[in-house]
Design a protein around this ligand. Structure first.
Ligand SMILES: NC(=O)c1ccc[n+]([C@@H]2O[C@H](COP(=O)([O-])OP(=O)(O)OC[C@H]3O[C@@H](n4cnc5c(N)ncnc54)[C@H](O)[C@@H]3O)[C@@H](O)[C@H]2O)c1
Length: 247
């Protein structure tokens, strides 16, 4: 039997990049799938590509920073599939600037999506998971949770995602909700296109495996943490970064 057969998986920011790879992975392994993204057309296109009938995959336009939109999206998912078993909090943005030039808007935008978005989506899913006594949550943090120049706002939220993960793991255990996070580094997506070329070269140099990671390599790690193979794993952070941290 497929690993996620009978389960409903929700992936935020699933229209492209890492989120799309995660969405494809869960669907391929038997889950019913909801793709949530501020890019409604992208989310719907991916869902339609995977399941043209719309029976087992849906795409929903949703800004994770807006609670009313998140509440409506989870209401629609629960109405269609009956459950929310797996949540992957993947939606995230960067608004990089060296700190003395960082604007209040750059700070607020990143906190809204990466911080408030995490709260909004997790709380909506949590209420369903707690009632059904089953939940698997995976938060997408970053290697840069350890801090990076030009990313004080982003690193703040990604370090927060690690602490959020560990806090909710402690609360969730008694409800059979496991909460883990993945910290990817250097994955070949649009997000990396915003990084200057010389910095990217430097990052590859500092990566043990000397290349960019693939979105599917992150999806494999997320699927593991949400699967029964990780039944004794909660509150953990898994680095998926080709050895970036240790060089
Ligand atoms: N690419 C990397 O190297 C890397 C490394 C570490 C962590 N990450 C994290 O992985 C996640 C995915 O990154 P990616 O590289 O695939 O980025 P991406 O920019 O390719 O994709 C991000 C997706 O999130 C969606 N999104 C943005 N704001 C949203 C909002 N307010 N509400 C709903 N959806 C929204 C976008 O429309 C897009 O589909 C992010 O959380 C990012 O911080 C990426």
């Amino acid at each position: 039997m497929a690993r996620f057969s009978g389960r409903t998986a929700v992936v935020t920011g699933g229209a492209q990049g890492i989120g799309a790879a995660i969405a494809r992975k869960f669907y391929a392994e038997g889950a019913r799938l909801a793709v949530m993204d501020i890019n409604a057309g992208g989310a719907q296109a991916l869902a339609a590509e995977l399941d043209a009938t719309g029976q087992n995959a849906i795409g929903l336009g949703c800004n994770v920073a807006e609670r009313s939109e998140v509440t409506a999206a989870f209401g629609a998912i629960a109405a269609k599939f009956g459950t929310v078993d797996i949540l992957v909090n993947n939606a995230g943005i960067t608004r990089d600037a060296i700190f003395h030039k960082m604007t209040e808007k750059q700070w607020d935008d990143v906190i809204a999506v990466n911080g408030k978005g995490l709260f909004n989506c997790t709380q909506e899913a949590w209420l369903i998971m707690k009632a059904q006594k089953y939940g698997r949550i995976c938060n997408i943090s970053s290697t840069n949770a350890s801090g990076e120049a030009g990313q004080a706002n982003y690193a703040f939220t990604k370090a927060g995602a690690v602490a959020f993960t560990k806090s909710l793991a402690k609360e969730g255990g008694r409800h059979n909700i496991r909460v883990n996070c993945v910290r990817p580094g250097m994955i070949d997506t649009d997000m990396m296109r915003a990084v200057p070329a010389d910095l990217l070269r430097d990052m590859v140099e500092r990566t043990a495996l000397r290349r960019f990671g693939l979105t599917a390599e992150v999806a494999d790690a997320v699927a593991y943490l949400c699967s029964d193979e990780a039944s004794w794993v909660t509150g953990e952070e898994l680095l998926v970064c080709g050895g970036f941290m240790y060089r």
